[in-house]
Ligand binder design. Structure first.
Ligand SMILES: Cc1cc2nc3c(=O)[nH]c(=O)nc-3n(C[C@H](O)[C@H](O)[C@H](O)COP(=O)(O)OP(=O)(O)OC[C@H]3O[C@@H](n4cnc5c(N)ncnc54)[C@H](O)[C@@H]3O)c2cc1C
Length: 462
């Protein structure tokens, strides 16, 4: 008899789990998604020559399971890399934009020349960075915040003006609260094994380069010609082609164990399954696990989520209104601006706006300071328009406008996160047939969420 497996939550992690399960002949998989579409935060709107990303725009090729799953789904001919005609991103300091120095490996500068020249770090800050070569490595392995680690090794100047905005672009978080071990463990490894952060990062870079051709991880970001939605559509299509089922508008509201597996509640009644993969956001999983895995449920309440908003504006190009020929810029927390980043989407990716037009995205909402999101959509649009008027002189009327709110969408891996993960994984392992996927345990990027879904699927199969 085939086993019935339910996947709860149809973001990319749940889709990856359901896709992997749908390839097993002895499993019948059904994915239950609360909203009226799958993809979760991945969502691209295409209309009249515009390709408008409502959430993520690309994924890192360095981590294998984004590009890996995309290849398996036959998407290679659809791959799109960033537009080589335009290049580079900038960072704001005291209201002025400066190019991001080249040669950052992960978050850490690994080239002397660009760092020596950048005005983003003061001369004193650069001297302080050099102390990294003499400061001894921390002896104990107690977790610390990413902020405290970088300030300890390289100083506050480089943290506040260069590393903080890069880190916030990934985690939407406050680096002084995020766990080093859960976010950038390789930095701690570099310190521990080489006695200094820069020395360690240089050695790690050299080791990566020394790998034989074909074994080096490809660097860069990948999307698809019609946006990130192509990954969602291909995955959902493959699930149904393999005989799996996708049920939308199916919010699961409770979960219990039965003598043979699990039962969960949908608006129109109870459904049974032999095994369940939870792939909904962390607060939903916490609520569903309250009865059957109380320690995991409690540990999940200590994984807070940050909300953010994205404002997309499309413009007709005129002699005065045009997007700069770079990818965009980041504003560090220290700048205290409501808009934390601007991406010139149609400069960064080809084919994202109709001829003679350009597309801009502004990001709002930071961990610990989400008050800006209480404004109306019109308020958020006004803030982004004021921002790009000030930084790029774009003052015309947009011909397209979208405001998307991503509520409680970015889980925060606070200091001690891996202890919470251990509690969760230990308890879940005692419940046969129950698996956890999603982005709340071991990585927030799309490739991490896919890997989490695939891990959950492999455990169900095993
Ligand atoms: C604004 C933003 C930009 C980002 N940009 C990037 C980027 O460029 N590159 C990158 O790699 N990563 C990016 N990320 C991170 C990455 O996109 C996410 O971590 C990842 O997509 C999360 O996938 P998920 O499936 O775990 O969760 P989600 O996408 O949140 O999906 C969870 C799903 O569960 C459903 N659900 C909720 N409750 C229930 C219920 N009771 N029953 C059934 N279903 C339920 C939801 O409707 C949703 O569809 C970004 C994140 C955000 C918020």
């Amino acid at each position: 008899m085939p086993r019935n497996v339910a996947v709860i939550g149809g973001g990319i992690s749940g889709l990856a789990a359901a896709y992997a399960l749908s390839q097993q002949v002895d499993i019948r998989v059904t994915l239950y998604e609360a909203s009226d579409r799958v993809g979760g935060v991945l969502h691209t709107e295409t209309s009249d020559g515009w390709v408008i990303e409502h959430g993520p725009e690309s994924f890192l090729t360095l981590k294998p399971r984004g590009i890996g799953m995309a290849r398996e789904l036959g998407l290679e001919p659809r791959f799109q890399t960033t537009n080589p005609k335009n290049r580079g991103s900038l960072i704001m300091k005291s209201g002025k934009l400066h190019p991001m120095p080249e040669g950052l490996t992960g978050l850490i500068p690994s080239q002397f020349g660009p760092m020596a020249k950048t005005p983003l770090v003061s001369p004193l800050g650069k001297l302080r960075m050099g102390m990294d070569f003499v400061i001894p490595a921390k002896k104990d392995d107690v977790d610390e915040s990413l902020g405290s680690f970088i300030r300890r090794r390289l100083g506050s100047d480089i943290y506040d003006h260069l590393i903080e905005p890069l880190m916030a672009g990934i985690y939407s978080g406050n680096g002084d609260e995020l766990s080093l071990q859960a976010t950038f463990p390789q930095l701690r490894t570099a310190e521990r094994e080489y006695g200094g952060l820069i020395k360690g990062v240089l050695a790690q870079k050299k080791a990566q380069k020394a790998r034989p051709i074909g074994h080096q991880a490809p660097m860069g970001f990948l999307s698809f010609r019609n946006g990130i939605q192509e990954l969602v559509d291909a995955c959902a299509g493959a699930i149904t082609a393999n005989g799996g089922k996708i049920v939308i508008q199916a919010p699961v509201s409770s979960l219990r164990r039965t003598s043979s597996g699990f039962a969960f509640t949908l608006p129109d009644g109870e459904v049974e399954a032999d095994a369940v993969v939870l792939a909904a956001p962390v607060h939903v999983q916490s609520a569903l696990l309250r009865e059957i895995a109380p320690r995991s449920s409690a540990a999940m309440t200590a994984i807070p989520q940050v909300s953010s908003a994205v404002v997309m504006l499309g413009y007709e190009e005129t002699s005065t209104n045009r997007a700069p020929g770079n990818y965009g810029y980041l504003s560090p927390r220290a700048e205290r601006r409501p808009v934390k980043a601007i991406t010139w989407m149609s400069s960064k990716w080809e084919g994202r706006a109709p001829n003679g037009h350009f597309l801009v995205r502004g990001f709002l909402g930071r961990a610990g300071d989400e008050s800006v999101l209480s404004g109306s959509d019109a308020d958020l649009e006004r803030l982004v328009r004021a921002e790009i008027a000030a930084t790029a002189g774009i003052t015309g009327e947009p011909v397209l406008s979208r405001v998307v709110r991503l509520n409680a969408a970015s889980p925060q891996y606070l200091v001690g996160h891996l202890d919470r993960v251990a509690v969760i994984e230990e308890e879940i392992a005692t419940i046969p047939g129950l698996e956890i996927a999603g982005n709340m345990l071991r990585g927030v990027g799309i490739p991490d969420a896919i890997a989490a879904g695939e891990r959950a699927s492999a455990n169900v199969v095993a």
